[in-house]
Design a protein around this ligand. Structure first.
Ligand code: TGC
Ligand code: FAD
Length: 400
């Protein structure tokens, strides 16, 4: 009798909403945007999800995915020309979202290749540099990394110690970079170094004498991604490998704007993956004679996740439309990166909790996403950096 009394009443539902898209963001996309999203979703379902748990456990980036990422036009997708797909910003966001539904490490690979390496070559490189690198990077034949952060403190890149001095017509680079995604597998580093005139971007190829990139081991986060340190010991770089089109911190910061935009979209995918798994799990698990999902406190938590995901989706879409219309500002990107990373991390942590003991198993996605998101909320500007950016926007006072 006690069990019968607890049986939940069936809910009265007309046409149920998509739990991962309560406000119909997909309906607001163009046909091309939907096609791009669908094709990346297929890639993730077919090629990422079947291998990603094992890769994470083995601390291995699935390099074998690179040809497929390339053949679907996902590397440098926003660039027009140079064998790149020339897609709009919303498409890039959707690519990031679907990839991160698989794993933040896969999205990281594409972010770095596209936004942090191909973008600066496209935006600031000579025509010869663009011809030499961009088509091969789009095909995944040349892998890039982006060296900005240094061991003594990444939040304040203006204070970088890595420097370059002129020697005849060449430059000589000395210093160290830390926490560099793709570093140990990269053929090319876009490396930012201080010169007597200000910060410049250097294109340094693997194998240059004095350049090394040892992988960082023992990570508990982004285990399906390669992270390295970069060391420069009197590395000689010819003038032809310097990005001629930019001088100063705005060079690397403008690349970060591109990548942060993608992250603001990407993390939505991680949160969606967690919520999807939780909806299934709480519907199927019986405790105290009824599905876990029939408890008010569980429903409140699920509803809160859907609320957060929905607001993040709307923020991302509006940001994307502003980027495509040319009005987006770095402060708006900061707000979205901050909000959406916080949202995704909180969702992943709460999903982990609602899975109970199973939540600590790699068999379930939330703990992997949760651990990854600890990096994602830290890199590309920590949460505090983005909060202070908004504070500066509101007050006009620089509190860094
Ligand atoms: P500040 O005085 O604010 O700016 C210096 C110059 O840069 C311009 N600027 C920007 N330009 C484009 N985009 C942006 N987002 C920009 N922000 C600033 C600015 O207008 C100025 O130009 P000009 O012409 O007046 O000289 O510089 P600041 O020294 O006060 O620093 C500001 C601060 C703290 C926001 C900045 O240093 C910062 O963003 N710090 C965080 C560093 C960071 O995010 N590092 C990320 C490293 S890369 C990474 O993590 C990759 S992970 C990838 C993955 O795996 O997915
Ligand atoms: P710090 O700058 O030392 O910050 C430490 C703490 O102090 C943080 O909590 C920060 O918010 C806080 N803080 C800093 N300044 C202030 C302030 N003014 N007021 C209050 N609090 C403050 N970098 C690259 O260049 N390329 C990459 O490809 C790359 N990939 C990465 C991959 C991974 C997995 C990780 C973890 C990092 C990666 N990074 C990369 C580095 C990343 O961008 C930095 O970790 C990040 O910018 C923070 O720098 P930091 O680690 O030196 O922390």
């Amino acid at each position: 009798m006690a069990t019968a009394a607890k049986t939940p009443k069936p809910a009265a539902r007309s046409t149920p909403l998509d739990p991962l898209d309560l406000y119909g963001v997909r309906a607001a996309l163009t046909e091309e945007e939907r096609l791009v999203q669908d094709s990346v979703a297929r890639l993730v379902d077919e090629a990422v999800l079947p291998v990603i748990q094992r890769c994470f456990e083995e601390h291995r980036f699935p390099r074998e995915l690179i040809p497929r990422l390339a053949s679907q036009g996902l590397l440098g997708s926003s660039i027009t020309g140079y064998d790149c797909a020339g897609l709009n910003a919303v498409c890039y966001g959707l690519i990031c979202q679907e990839l991160e539904r698989g794993d933040s490490g896969i999205r990281s690979f594409v972010s770095v290749q596209s936004s942090l390496c191909m973008y600066p070559i496209f935006a600031y490189g000579s025509e010869e540099q663009k011809q030499r690198y961009l088509p091969r990077m789009a095909r995944g034949e040349v892998i890039g990394c982006f060296g900005l952060t240094e061991p003594h403190g990444g939040s304040d890149p203006a204070n970088m110690k890595t420097h370059a001095r002129r020697r005849g017509t060449d430059w000589v680079v000395n210093g160290a970079k830390m926490w560099i995604t793709n570093g140990a597998i990269a053929d090319l580093g876009v490396v930012w170094a201080m010169t007597p005139d200000g910060i410049r971007g250097f294109l340094i190829e693997k194998g240059a004498p004095g350049f090394s990139a040892p992988e960082i081991q023992h990570k508990f986060s982004l285990r399906a991604s390669v992270t390295a340190a970069l060391y420069f010991d009197n590395v000689v770089v010819p003038e032809s490998q310097v990005l001629p089109g930019v001088l100063g911190l705005k060079g690397p910061l403008s690349c970060l704007t591109q990548a942060r935009f993608g992250i603001a979209w990407g993390v939505i995918g991680a949160a969606q993956a967690c919520l999807r798994q939780l909806l299934d799990y709480t519907a199927g698990r019986e405790l105290f004679g009824r599905p876990l999902a029939a408890n008010q406190s569980i429903q409140v938590r699920l509803a809160d996740m859907a609320r957060r995901i929905t607001t993040a989706q709307l923020l991302a879409l509006q940001l994307g439309r502003m980027k495509d219309s040319g009005t987006m500002t770095p402060a708006q990107v900061s707000l979205a990166k901050w909000n959406n990373c916080r949202m995704a991390l909180d969702v992943a942590r709460d999903c982990r909790d609602m899975l109970g003991g199973a939540g600590i198993s790699a068999e379930f996605a939330p703990i992997r996403h949760m651990l990854n998101l600890e990096s994602v909320i830290t890199y590309e500007g920590t949460e505090t950096i983005h909060q202070l950016t908004i504070g500066r926007e509101l007050t006009g006072i620089n509190a860094f």
